[in-house]
Design a protein around this ligand. Structure first.
Ligand SMILES: Nc1ncnc2c1ncn2[C@@H]1O[C@H](COP(=O)(O)OP(=O)(O)OP(=O)(O)O)[C@@H](O)[C@H]1O
Ligand SMILES: [Mg+2]
Length: 268
C-alpha cells in the first residue's frame, strides 16, 4: 500500500557534500513518508552512502537542510540522528559472532536489575521483538555465528528497532544473501512498513527494489535523476535513470526480446 501521510517524516532539501575536489552530492532532495519504503539506487559512486552518512550524522552535509515531520533539524553527529528516531543498519552489520541473539540485540543497552544483568527480561523482550516481526530463529540463545546470513541480517534490523525509530535506513541488506534469505529480509521490510515506519533501502538489486519499495529515488553523479512510483514504472525506465541513458544494454536487450516475441506472435 502507498503511504497516506502528506508530511514526510524525513525530508532532505538541497543537500550538497564535497570531499576535496569531489562533489559527492549536489542539491539532493529526498522524502520518506511514514509507512513508505523508498529505495535509493544509483551506480557505484553515485553518492548513496554519502547521503546515508549525512542522514545518520556520521558525515554531515555541507549545505542544505534536513526536515523531520516538516520541521528543520540539524544532524551533526550520530547521536542527533538517533535522538530524532533514525536507525541505520550498515552493510557490515557489526554483530558480535560469539554472543547469542539476546546478547547482540541488547549489546550496549543491556537491561540490569539490582546492578546485575537481567538475562530473563532481555530474553523475554528478545522473543517478543522477534515474534512481532515474524522473525524465525532456532533459538535466541545460540551464537549469531551459527545463524544464516539472512537470519543475521534480520537480527541486525531487529536490533535497530529497540530504540523505537521512525525511520530505518538499510544499506544493501540483501547484497550477500541467497534467494530464501533475501525473501526473509524483504518480508521484514514489509513488517516495518506495516508498523508505519519510513524505510530507506539502499540496493543494487532491481528485483528487490521492485518487490518491496513504493518509490525509487535515483542518484546519478551525486544528483537526483528522477523519483519513480514503482507500480507505475518499468524496470527499463529506472535502469535508464541510473545509467543516464535511454539507450543501453538492458533496454536494447529488452527491445530485442519484445521484437522477437511479436515476430513469434505473428508467425503463429
Ligand atoms: N571519505 C571520502 N573521501 C573522499 N571521497 C569520498 C569519500 N566518500 C565518498 N567519496 C566520493 O564520493 C562519491 C560518492 O561516493 P559514495 O560512496 O557515496 O557512492 P555510492 O553511491 O555509495 O557507491 P557504491 O554503490 O559503490 O557504494 C565517490 O566519487 C567517492 O569516491
Ligand atoms: Mg555505497
Amino acid at each position: 500500500m502507498i503511504h497516506v501521510s502528506a508530511t514526510p517524516v524525513l525530508a532532505l532539501r538541497g543537500v550538497s557534500k564535497r570531499f576535496g575536489a569531489v562533489q559527492a552530492l549536489t542539491d539532493v532532495e529526498l522524502e520518506v513518508h511514514p509507512g513508505e519504503v523508498v529505495a535509493l539506487v544509483g551506480d557505484n559512486g553515485a553518492g548513496k552512502s554519502t547521503l546515508v552518512k549525512a542522514i545518520a550524522g556520521v558525515s554531515p552535509a555541507d549545505e542544505g537542510r534536513v526536515e523531520w515531520n516538516g520541521d528543520p533539524v540539524s544532524i551533526d553527529k550520530p547521536h542527533d540522528a538517533q535522538e530524532l528516531g533514525i536507525a541505520t543498519v550498515y552493510q557490515d552489520l557489526a554483530l558480535c559472532d560469539n554472543l547469542d541473539v539476546v546478547g547482540n540485540l541488547f549489546l550496549g543497552n543491556e537491561l540490569k536489575s539490582g546492578g546485575i544483568l537481567d538475562e530473563v527480561e532481555m530474553e523475554r523482550r528478545s522473543r517478543e521483538l522477534l515474534s512481532t516481526l515474524s522473525i524465525r530463529i532456532p533459538s535466541v540463545r545460540i551464537p549469531v555465528a551459527s545463524l544464516s546470513g539472512g537470519q543475521r541480517q534480520t537480527v541486525a534490523i531487529a536490533r535497530s528497532l529497540l530504540g523505537e525509530p521512525r525511520v530505518v535506513i538499510l544499506d544493501e541488506p540483501t547484497a550477500a544473501l541467497g534467494v530464501e534469505q533475501t525473501a526473509q529480509v524483504l518480508d521484514l521490510v514489509e513488517r516495518l512498513r506495516e508498523r508505519e515506519l519510513g524505510v530507506l533501502l539502499i540496493s543494487h538489486n532491481m528485483a528487490d527494489v521492485r518487490a518491496v519499495s513504493d518509490r525509487v529515488a535515483v542518484l546519478r553523479l551525486g544528483r537526483n535523476n528522477g523519483t519513480f512510483t514503482v507500480s507505475e514504472t518499468s524496470q527499463e525506465e529506472i535502469v535508464s535513470a541510473i545509467t543516464g541513458a535511454t539507450d543501453n544494454v538492458v533496454t536494447r536487450r529488452n527491445a530485442r526480446t519484445a521484437q522477437q516475441a511479436s515476430t513469434t506472435e505473428v508467425r503463429k
